[in-house]
Design a protein around this ligand. Structure first.
Ligand SMILES: Cc1ncc(COP(=O)(O)O)c(C=O)c1O
Length: 431
């Protein structure tokens, strides 16, 4: 079925030309709309909570570039900071003062980290944190949880093996089985499986990497029992606990999930919000681990554009705006308003809204929302497709996949949320 509308003519033309010279026409696969079908909007510009495509269609945006745009599109403070920095030069490959400025803010906001190093993406952040954990412990194995995404580094593009085997298998062609075998994959929300693995093999495991609020394959709220057990058991075995805060960091609380749950990891990884919409990641932790990095210690890690002055300026402006305007409280207000409008609509179908602060996800199944990837009803993808297209045709940009979360930004208002709820109500009535 051709789901492109006549008003997407220019998007369709650009994508068809792009497909000739860029694989799938996109720089990151989910943008190709494979999960929902139809023609992706080629975006020309954004302002506040809206984006406009090259055909002139306006969309109320809940993708927010997959999380970074917590202040909305083209925020005046962030834009001014970037322009000011750019006018002085875009990159030096030498220390710049803005690195210190962003590092000071990150360390002040995030509990438990003494030092931080900047990279250019979340993938680099998680990859580097794992190297630090391996370098500091002298162990090779790591643990991740099934269905959780931490970027596309080889040892993290790994899925659970069949049956009871926890040895990971490559989740992508091109990932050597020998790498994947060093990644042990466990189900979320299963203290027993976690304790059992550690009783047997804890002494071999360098790190556990987890999003305390997994937000990359649904929004899978974990119980405090599970999160506490992971913290205690890793500590008992000398395994470093890495909190992947690439989505949650500086969003669900100033200090991310660590603050929300009151649990301190050994290392943490950041991206998205911290970079204000420019390509930034970071990893940080206790000085005893971070000081093992080159040039001080034997663990190598580097980057030509790391600590880029434009990216640092965008990050500082974003965190400053959040801090100066009590942004997290307003995001919670907006999130609660969103929930009050949207949850009853979903309930008419037996579905529910999962929300933490300004992150939301539609759980398209009856009963309690899933807490592990295995508990997500596979029918969700089919249910989501018409929902997505109904909203898209009505000027709402949601993530083009049933498994991705949505974001409310500080540029959204109650009126925008009312508009969304009206559109959603109309779409649900057609299903
Ligand atoms: C939790 C988490 N970790 C890591 C990454 C990888 O970040 P990036 O896409 O910047 O490489 C993502 C990206 O979505 C993520 O959501």
């Amino acid at each position: 079925m051709d789901m492109s509308t006549p008003t997407q003519a220019r998007s369709a033309e650009i994508l068809s030309r792009a497909q000739e010279i860029i694989p799938g026409g996109v720089s990151s696969p989910v943008r190709a709309f494979q999960a929902v079908g139809g023609t992706p909007a080629v975006i020309e510009r954004g302002a506040g909570p809206h984006v406009w495509d090259v055909d002139g269609n306006q969309y109320l945006d809940f993708v927010c570039s997959w999380g970074p745009l917590i202040l909305g599109h083209a925020n005046a403070d962030v834009t001014a900071a970037i322009v000011k920095a750019a006018s002085k030069g875009t990159t030096f490959g030498a220390p710049c003062e803005a690195e210190l400025g962003l590092a000071e803010r990150v360390i002040a906001l995030y509990p438990s980290i003494d030092q931080v190093r900047f990279v250019s993406s979340g993938t680099e952040a998680t990859m580097s944190a794992i190297r630090v954990a391996r370098g500091c412990t002298g162990r090779d194995y790591i643990v991740k949880f099934a269905g959780c995404y931490h970027g596309h580094a080889d040892h993290l593009l790994v899925e659970a093996g069949s049956g009871l085997v926890t040895f990971g298998q490559p989740a992508s062609a091109g990932v050597p089985a020998a790498f994947a075998e060093k990644t042990l994959v466990l189900p979320l929300d299963d203290v027993e499986a976690f304790a059992e693995l550690f009783a047997e093999r804890g002494h071999e495991i360098a790190a556990v990497i987890v999003e305390p609020l997994p937000a990359n394959n649904g929004l899978l709220k974990q119980t405090p029992e599970f999160l506490n057990a992971v913290r205690e058991i890793t500590r008992e075995h000398g395994t470093l606990l890495i909190y992947d805060e690439v989505i949650n960091g500086f969003r669900i609380a100033p200090g991310g999930a660590a603050e929300l749950y009151g649990i301190e990891p050994d290392l943490a990884t950041f991206g998205k919000v911290m970079g204000g919409g420019l390509p930034v990641g970071a990893f940080g932790g206790k000085a005893q681990y971070m000081q093992q990095l080159a040039p001080l210690g034997p663990i190598y890690q580097a980057g030509t554009l790391s600590g880029n002055p434009l990216a640092m300026a965008a990050g500082i402006a974003t965190l400053k705006a959040l801090q100066d305007n009590n942004g997290w409280q307003r995001l919670e207000e907006l999130g609660a308003y969103f929930e009050s409008k949207v949850a009853p609509l979903l309930a008419t179908k037996g579905w529910s809204l999962v929300r933490e602060g300004s992150i939301f996800w539609f759980s398209l199944q009856e009963g309690e929302p899933a807490r592990s990837a295995e508990a997500i009803d596979p029918d969700a993808a089919d249910l989501y497709r018409p929902l997505f297209h109904g909203l898209f045709a009505r000027g709402v940009n949601m993530a083009p996949s049933a498994y991705e979360v949505g974001f409310v930004s500080l540029a959204h208002t109650e009126e925008h949320i009312d508009f969304f709820a009206n559109q959603l109500g109309e779409v649900l009535a057609t299903l």
